[in-house]
Structure formats: structure tokens, C-alpha cells
Design a protein around this ligand. Structure first.
Ligand code: SAH
Length: 365
């Protein structure tokens, strides 16, 4: 049995069944045994592949998107870039290469804040960003919380970040909504169970007529995402800024989307805590609902396919293809297909932007 399993077992034996979000936090973020601190998740040889790892074009287009936002903000003399959960740092690295082409924007870029929880990934990001940083390195600062970020106009990017944050779940029973918890049985297996008590999580339910919801239906409450979005939106409502969120979209309001990925395969999420990536699909309706409370403008959601095509990925691929050898060209075409094909990443990933700027739409929307 791995060490994290032992820790979780002890905790349940001592304190009773635990919330799903606590289980996910331990599984992904435990400083000693959590997935993001012990494994190398990314890339073709890793457990899963993210869009910037598929092709440099993704990060480059995001870089151009940042420049466009800065222009739409009225070219402030000082602005910050924020990335949530930078993975290996490749997205921001490719983006900086594109921003580097606009010297005025580069000069205006005051700080680049990277919000990262994993010490292991922080080290990898530092190494990768030091290698080739286009003189941006002294502007980069790692932070653990949004509070540490100074109040200047900013452009914030979050690609496949919110799907890594923990959720709690509630289930409709004959007695009303009850929280789903995780217990441990004498066969040494984790299993889902229900709390006997009413739950405050009910207040997060969308305002739909309850009679439409069947007994046994599950609603996911992404508590950490809600807290973080409130902090970010509070910041943006004070200063001209743009936010871009790209993530696995949750199609249905109800239902469990918790999954666990190891070696590019989906596994039982309770079987391998700390050894596989636990994630969920992201409820964009919650993002929209919270942003309304702050009177932000919403752009999208748009499928990753349409977003990237509108940003010019087909043209960029043509230019790169011109200078490439046959093998590189083949690789590039299959990467392009992976990013925009609706049966691959093109449709399950969607982009939404939020701003407080009085502009029609940022690029890509
Ligand atoms: N954006 C990257 C990586 C996505 S994986 C890409 O597109 O390739 C999720 C990233 O978020 C990892 O870097 C992980 O360590 C980080 N992360 C997960 N939970 C976090 C949290 N609560 N706070 C800060 N970073 C977190």
C-alpha cells in the first residue's frame, strides 16, 4: 500500500468518512506524496498531454492574444501577466516568444506571476524558463496565493487549471440533499458513502426547479474554484484587465465527473490516490454566474477549435510548414489536428474570457 493511502486510511479511521475535496487535495497536492509533487504528468510519455505540450503554436497564439488584450486595455504603461498552474512552463515560454515581437508590449509587461502549488513543477518551470526567456526572467515571480499579486492591470491565463481543483459532491436522497463522502472498508478499499446530515453545500445549487431533479442525482460544488474566482474577479472589477480560461467543459449540470488518469488511461479515482491525476470537468455556468456578480463582460464560451482557428492557427501552421522538413511537417499536421479536431481536443476543451473593458470582443471570440 502506498504511503498516501495509509495516511488517508488512518484519517478516516480516526475521524470518520472524509469529503471528496479533502481526498482530492491530498491526492493531488500532498507536499510529500501528492501527485503533482511526485510524478511528471505531462507529455507523450507522461500521464496526460495538455495543449501547449502538443504544439508550440498554442502558446504562441496565447502570447498574441495577450498583446491584443493589452492593446484593447489602451496600452497601459505597466501591466502584469498571470498564469495559473503553469505545468512545465511551456505555455508561458511560447507566449513570451510571441510577446517578444512587440517591444512596446514587452516593455509594458511589468511582472509575470506564476501561481503554482507544486515545488517539483516550480523547479521544472524555473529550469525551462531560464533556458530561453527572452530577457523576461527577472520579471517572473512565483506566488502561492492571488493576494500576493499587486493591483495593476493584468491579463490572466488558466489552461487546464480549474479541472485540477477539488470538488465536493451532494446527492439528492429521499431526505433531501446529502454530501457524498469517502469511507474505507475492511477489504482496504475506499468507497463512496453519504452523510446523514443536511449540508450547507445546498446553497450552491443553481436556481432550477427541484422537481426536475431525480433521486440519486449528483451535483458537484467546486469550492476551491469558487473561492479563487471570487478573489480574481474582485481584483479585475477594480482595474481594466482580461481573463482567459480554457478547460474541459462540463456538459451536464448534474452528474459526477471525477476521474483519475494514469498513462493516458482513465482509472477508478479511488484506487490510486497520489499516483494518478484526479480531475473533474469544469462547470462554465458557475464561472458565468460568479462573473455576473462582479458585472464583468463575458466572451464565449467557444470551442478550442473555433477559438484557435479565429486566432489564426491555420495560417501559423502554414508558415511553420513552409520551413519544415517532411517528418516535422507530418508531426505538425498531426499536432494541429489534435488541437482542433472535434473528436480530439477541439470540442471538449472550451475557452471563455472575462473582462471589465468596454470592448466588443477580445481576439478569438
Ligand atoms: N497549464 C498547464 C498545466 C496544467 S496541469 C498546461 O496547460 O500544460 C495543472 C497545473 O496546476 C499544474 O502545474 C499543477 O501543479 C497546478 N496546480 C494544481 N492545483 C493547484 C493549486 N491549488 N494552486 C496552484 N497550482 C495548482
Amino acid at each position: 500500500m502506498n504511503s498516501l493511502k495509509k495516511i488517508l486510511e488512518k484519517r478516516i479511521l480516526n475521524f470518520g468518512p472524509m469529503s471528496i475535496s479533502d481526498f482530492m487535495i491530498e491526492s493531488n497536492q500532498n507536499p510529500n506524496f501528492g501527485y503533482y509533487n511526485t510524478s511528471f504528468p505531462f507529455g507523450k510519455k507522461g500521464d496526460f498531454i495538455t495543449a501547449p505540450e502538443v504544439s508550440q503554436m498554442f502558446g504562441e497564439l496565447i502570447g498574441l492574444w495577450i498583446v491584443d488584450c493589452w492593446q484593447k486595455m489602451g496600452e497601459p504603461k505597466k501591466f502584469n501577466i498571470i498564469e495559473l498552474g503553469p505545468g512545465t512552463g511551456i505555455l508561458i515560454l511560447d507566449a513570451l516568444r510571441a510577446i517578444n515581437l512587440n517591444q512596446k508590449c514587452k516593455k509594458a509587461c511589468n511582472k509575470i506571476y506564476l501561481l503554482e502549488i507544486s515545488n517539483k513543477l516550480k523547479k521544472i518551470q524555473k529550469k525551462n524558463l531560464l533556458k530561453k526567456n527572452f530577457n523576461f526572467f527577472n520579471k517572473i515571480e512565483w506566488v502561492n496565493t492571488i493576494e500576493k499579486i499587486e493591483d495593476s492591470p493584468f491579463v490572466l491565463i488558466a489552461n487546464e487549471f480549474f479541472d485540477a481543483l477539488p470538488v465536493q459532491q451532494i446527492e439528492l436522497t429521499q431526505k433531501g440533499w446529502r454530501e457524498r463522502l469517502i469511507n474505507f472498508n475492511n477489504k482496504k478499499k475506499f468507497y463512496f458513502t453519504l452523510s446523514n446530515h443536511r449540508t450547507l453545500l445546498e446553497k450552491f445549487l443553481p436556481n432550477l426547479l427541484e422537481e426536475n431533479i431525480k433521486i440519486g442525482e449528483i451535483y458537484e460544488v467546486p469550492v476551491q474554484m469558487i473561492v479563487l474566482l471570487n478573489e480574481i474577479f474582485k481584483k479585475i472589477s477594480k482595474i481594466k484587465s482580461f481573463i482567459l480560461i480554457i478547460d474541459y467543459i462540463k456538459k451536464e449540470t448534474y452528474g459526477s465527473t471525477i476521474k483519475s488518469i494514469k498513462n493516458q488511461k482513465i482509472l477508478n479515482p479511488l484506487k490510486h490516490p497520489g499516483l494518478s491525476d484526479m480531475s473533474v470537468n469544469v462547470d462554465f455556468n458557475i464561472i458565468k454566474r460568479i462573473s455576473k456578480n462582479f458585472n464583468l463582460k463575458q466572451h464565449g464560451p467557444k470551442t478550442q477549435r473555433n477559438f484557435l482557428i479565429k486566432l489564426g492557427i491555420l495560417e501559423r501552421a502554414k508558415i511553420l510548414n513552409k520551413n519544415a522538413k517532411l517528418k516535422e511537417r507530418k508531426n505538425m499536421n498531426s499536432s494541429l489536428d489534435f488541437l482542433i479536431n472535434e473528436n480530439k481536443m477541439g470540442k471538449i476543451f472550451q475557452a471563455i474570457s472575462l473582462s471589465n473593458c468596454n470592448v466588443k470582443n477580445p481576439d478569438g471570440f
